[in-house]
Design a protein around this ligand. Sequence first.
Ligand code: PHE
Length: 340
Amino acid sequence: MKEKLQEIKKRALEDILELKTLDELEKFRIKFLGKKGELTLVLRDMGKLSKEERPVVGQIANDIRQEIEKKLLEIKTELINKAKREKIEEEKIDITIDTDEIMVGHRHPLLKTIDELEDLFISMGFTVVEGPEIETVKNNFDALNSPENHPSRDLSDTFYLNDELLLRTHTSPVQIRAMKEMGAPLKIISAGRTFRFDDVDDTHSPMFHQLEGLVIGENISMANLIHTLDIFIKELFGKDMETRYRPHHFPFTEPSAEVDVSCIKCRGEGCEECSFTGWSMELLGCGMVHPKVLENCGIDSEKYTGFAFGMGIDRITMVKYGIDDIRLLFENDMRFLKQF
Ligand code: PHE
């Protein structure tokens, strides 16, 4: 009987290594340890043994049962873990996988224009300077020779913070700051925000952008002004662009002019866009710096002369990119901005 038990043990421990599934494992358990299992059947014959032998064989049988059960538990645990691992693997979600495209931003069309304009003027030897958006009434008007009764000083035109401070109505006060800080000679540009009491429509906004330019030196003349601006306009819009200087008035320049350029669309041929004139609306204001303005900044107007110009950057951007409503530039609608 002992041999029979050892034989069962040997076979069981061999077979056990072949078990691949929980199903097979259960079948194996029934085969050896079940009510009608091999081990159980052998023990039924215990009665035939002697009194002395019975506990010994009983002990052996128990040991074998325990050993097999222990092995079975090990294998069962391993099989369950393996099944779990497989399930996890199967249901795994790769969170590192790309789903939606990541949106990468880019510069605003207005800033792109400013960059381009600055690059152009830098290539012509200008230095870029900055001025504050909150200005003194003095710099914005008085030092620029704008008289107390000038309409642009009116409450309905200008955002005053108090009697002395306002949101600058143009970038020209940067001229004053530059001349006072740097003296003559001088060659600067300055771009930034400007503010006027305008009702919003497709071409007007109470906040808009300008680029200011100022050149001060000995023997600077109107010829230098026209040459510089002509080069700039041809570089920006193309060699075939013509310019037209119309007399105008600004308190801080004398003489003053407004500059028209060929119609961007027909390049001077005449089309509906330009009402068949061949010219686009005025692009910038300019003139020879008024001697009073030079003197206000401590520059000898007998020795030095200079020219200045100011242009609307929003309009240039709109023309460049074919944008027909200024509001689009400030609404931050991604569907619009993505196009540029
Ligand atoms: N500051 C003027 C404006 O806002 C433009 C200008 C600048 C004109 C410099 C002449 C010289 O309209």
